[in-house]
Design a protein around this ligand. Sequence first.
Ligand code: SF4
Length: 292
Amino acid sequence: MHYTGQTFRPPREAYTPLLEVTVGCSYNQCTYCAMYKDVTYRKAPEEQVLADLRELSVYADRIDRIFLENGDPFILSTEELLEIADRIYEHLPNVEIITCYASIVDLKNKTVEDLKRLRKAGYNQLYIGIETAHDPTLKKIKKGCTQADEYRELAKLEEAGIDWICMVMAGIAGQEDSFAHADETAKLLNTHQPLSVSPLTTTVHPGTELARMVADGEFQTLTEGEILEEEIRLLEKLDLKPRALFFGIHSYNTAPVIGRFSEKEEMLAKLRGVLEGMSEAERNARFVRTGY
Ligand code: SF4
């Protein structure tokens, strides 16, 4: 298999074959992100994709799902994505779901009709890092979209019947806007419901614009106590379907919690319990998180 630079995948795709169809991220401007700083975005060569599919075809009987790499393969045109799906089915006929990271920016270049064609071709359960629906924060982190874009593009996805999985960044709005970020984000997700929500604590990676802002005193990370308060606020405000998953067990997170929304009160009790059990020093600590 061919992989260029560092390769990322969601924790839940640990057992899913990863097929590189793009290198890097087409956008690569979010202030907090260092994932693809060392690589230039490009489409992977067709011969490489075909060679990898031939390699995977040995296990064709066991492969019913595939994850496309890298940062945002959904930026490819509808025709290119349909072509990739055709090649996948030629080699892996049992595949039922083609998934990948996608962004609101990627969705802008597709109509509802395009998205319906992609859904029919197996594209589903896209991982979208919304991070926040708080407009001033979206601007500050240079996410490349507004809250209005998020509402419009997620409505298109919903109309096309494509399910999505949401990543939210705890602490990204700073102390002042922490609860506004939680409230606005919950409102968006209650309107356009994802299958799952993953809150990830904001990490300041060296070399990013966010790291520069922290060094210059323009941004301060939340304390451990404030991060938990924000996560509790988000969960309180979220009103998702009972089967939707709250996937708060990323290694960055202060208190691991996972469960269906039918168990929302139990999850809240757990998070409140951790917060109440923290000493003053623990609440006020600002831990440095490294790696991914
Ligand atoms: S967060 Fe996602 S969209 Fe933003 S630069 Fe990183 S990979 Fe690209």
